[in-house]
Design a protein around this ligand. Structure first.
Ligand code: DAT
Ligand code: MG
Length: 137
């Protein structure tokens, strides 16, 4: 089934001029960019986006990091794209993310309070619908 997912190039990716490299990998995989914009998200938007993490110790650092610079928000479309982009991105911790993935090839531990891992991708059809509404409606 053709799906849509939310991809974010986080502030670390934009600052390091990796937006093009990240979008290149997404396009090379064959997914379609249905919409794209540069956003400076505020605390209200990010609190909604990351509501599942509100009680985590890293939540304040996560919001601070996500507000540290602009983010590229992408509405991405394709067959099984929700799962497919998560595989392309690699696991959360860039130190152990597999080589060949975005996080594994381009990310590492910088010793920061919150893990900086270049990209976000929705983790389920429910999350994708919820997050696309937050960022694109
Ligand atoms: P993912 O982005 O792989 O879906 P997540 O939803 O569990 O990971 O967490 C959201 C972000 O929060 C993640 O990209 C990086 C940060 N993060 C997650 N777990 C963390 C931890 N234990 N310590 C610091 N930052 C963390
Ligand atoms: Mg997540």
């Amino acid at each position: 089934m053709i799906e849509q997912t939310l991809v974010l190039v986080k502030p670390d990716g934009v600052k390091r001029n990796l937006t093009g490299e990240i979008l290149r990998r997404i396009e090379a995989k064959g997914y379609r960019i249905a919409d794209l914009k540069l956003v400076s998200p505020d605390q209200e938007l990010l609190s909604k986006h990351y509501e599942e993490h509100a009680d985590k110790p890293f939540f304040p650092a996560l919001l601070e990091f996500m507000m540290s610079g602009p983010v590229v928000a992408v509405k991405l479309e394709g067959e099984r794209v929700i799962e497919g982009f998560r595989v392309l991105a690699g696991v959360t911790d860039p130190t152990v993310a597999a080589p060949g993935t975005i996080r594994g090839d381009l990310g590492r531990d910088w010793g920061t309070k919150v893990i900086q891992n270049l990209v976000h991708g929705s983790d389920s059809p429910e999350s994708a619908a919820r997050e696309l509404e937050i960022w694109f409606d």
